[in-house]
Design a protein. Sequence first.
Length: 324
Amino acid sequence: MSVHRVVALVLPPQSTFELACAAEVFGMGRSGLPSRYAFDVCAERPGAVPTLAGYDMAVSHGLPTLEVADTVVIPGWQHREQPAPPTVIDAVRQAHRRGARLVAICSGAFLLAQAGLLDHRRATTHWRMTTELATRFPDIQVEPDALYIDLGDIATSAGTAAGIDLCLHLARTDHGAAYAAQIARHMVMPPHREGGQLQYAAPPHADRPTESLAPVLDWATERLHEPFTVSDLATQANISPRTLARRFADQLGTSPGRWLLQQRVMAARALLEETDLPVETIATRVGLSSAANLRRRFHAMVHATPAAYRRSFGGHAGGTQPSG
């Protein structure tokens, strides 16, 4: 399998966390996990690049490195109110024209916006900047609540940990759910947060004590093979379905039904990658009742059929590649 080359374009003063999001997913070698990415960092001019953390980074590569990148990551841009250097804009546009995937984390979306690459397209950024992005670039369809948006050739994310969510999502898209889950386990991260999930949870109400959903989430993930419903989740939590929905919205930024479907489809992805079980059997094991239901739910969430997904990712994590 060819190695996918990821290059992060740093812009002074560089946020160390946004850069680390990409470096942790694409640039770290991990024992027992095959390396599928090569990771580099470049700047407009090689040399010392100041960071927000008070130290300089030594960057040895310049903009020509973008010419060989399969994915270009823009890990934030602190001077988003200023015109970007023309050489940087030109390099990013050229990378996109030749087919490189562009990934903007947090305020990095403003650089893609200045380059005109987000016009008439969906995008997101940190919730504190979404109004600014929409006002300054009215041709962009800004989605303020999304954790990340992946359009295939261009992806954008909200701030901070959403950058990790997006990078793990891209690893999952490139190499399958099992591979991305292994990276997440090494990072001690949840393996998947859906891009349409809210950027932040609502603050707890003083008259509404918050109880963790962890016990009921653990109960559900251990029983995905059982055809239980959202009402069963509420019963297990000893609360009403309405209260359960409110807690899911507050703590996870999604609905109980959506979360449960996501877990079932994720389990199906892993079984398609790691086994040669028939689709009907997989549907039963993940609680989706029938092959037809699995195919419909799977396609709606993954944008591929189970058969096509298995052809792309089957056997990558040690399973047996099925024939036919």
